[in-house]
Design a protein around this ligand. Structure first.
Ligand SMILES: C[S@@+](CC[C@H](N)C(=O)[O-])C[C@H]1O[C@@H](n2cnc3c(N)ncnc32)[C@H](O)[C@@H]1O
Length: 282
């Protein structure tokens, strides 16, 4: 699966891993440094997710790399992803992009600021707060919105924020999806499937991602799904990739509506993007 994701990526996962592991000074502040200078066991899963997602992002945005793209990482936590992207972009591409990070946890944002300072990455800034309330400094654009395992509806916040900011790319790897499960009740066409607890869980996850994709489509994005790492690394390996279509034309919410009506559900994205839904035709 890894191969299919990265076939035509400029740099292989091995190359990107090599760039990140070649410096203990990079691994140490992220607490990834192992005894032999490799990545330690505790950090290996996040490291693999980070490298896989970085490879995917860099492949997808290669057409805008010359335009000094500005990144926003939503629910950044300790910002492993954007610290890695920053290092890779500097080392392999020779570019220094601007990175914003937002997370609801003040203490994690404090850690991010400390890590950025110790790495000498003064092209990164971090804000404590909800993703939905994030604003770039006045007059600054955001081109690429990313989120890795933003809990539950924090992924929807990243999508909504990306759409509102007019981001050219929105790429999210969702985490847990709890918002729809309770809404999928017996009175719908697929109740013979959703009657089984574990199947309901998986089905609700898929419906959540499909509705997110339909909203992004409706907002004028071309949407694809990929896997950033094999499911043996993490089952939460799906990335929704949305690229703003050149026409910028909004397609409407027909796909979203059909799915909602079939299953009797409603996505929280309707609350996050009232202007998009109020403007729909049908
Ligand atoms: C599972 S962690 C993932 C952190 C990081 N992206 C990573 O991959 O290591 C989820 C993060 O989402 C943050 N979070 C949850 N709800 C949020 C919201 N509404 N806005 C911003 N951050 C949020 C939490 O504080 C936490 O750091």
């Amino acid at each position: 699966m890894m191969g299919t994701v990265l076939q035509d990526t400029g740099y292989s996962v091995e190359t990107l891993s090599g760039v990140l592991t070649s410096s203990r000074d990079f691994l140490r502040p992220l607490r990834w440094e192992g005894p032999g200078g490799d990545v330690n066991r505790r950090g290996m899963k996040k490291f693999q997710e980070t490298v896989g997602f970085s490879a995917h992002i860099l492949h997808k945005i290669k057409d805008i790399l010359d335009d000094d793209p500005v990144f926003l990482e939503c629910s950044c936590g300790k910002s492993y992803l954007t610290f890695a992207l920053n290092r890779i972009l500097r080392e392999l591409y020779g570019v220094e992009c601007t990175f914003y990070g937002v997370d609801i946890s003040e203490s994690l944002i404090g850690k991010c600021r400390g890590i950025a300072a110790s790495l000498g990455f003064d092209n990164m800034s971090f804000t404590a707060g909800q993703t939905l309330g994030f604003n770039a400094p006045i007059g600054k654009k955001v081109d690429v919105v990313v989120a890795l395992h933003a809990c539950d509806s924090a992924t929807d916040e990243a999508i909504a924020r990306g759409i509102k900011l007019g981001a050219r790319y929105i790429m999210v790897v969702p985490c847990c999806q709890n918002q729809l499960r309770g809404q999928i009740r017996s009175a719908q066409a697929l109740h013979d499937l959703t009657d089984f607890g574990p199947l309901l869980y998986r089905f609700a996850d898929l419906v959540t991602e499909a509705l997110r994709a339909q909203v992004l489509r409706g907002a004028g994005y071309y949407v694809e799904f990929h896997e950033i790492v094999p499911p043996t690394v993490t089952p939460k390996n799906l990335v929704i990739t949305a690229r703003m279509m050149r026409s910028g034309k909004k397609k409407g919410m027909d796909g979203y509506r059909r799915l909602c009506n079939q299953l009797g559900v409603r996505s929280i994205l309707e609350d996050f993007l009232p202007e998009l839904f109020n403007g729909e035709n049908g």
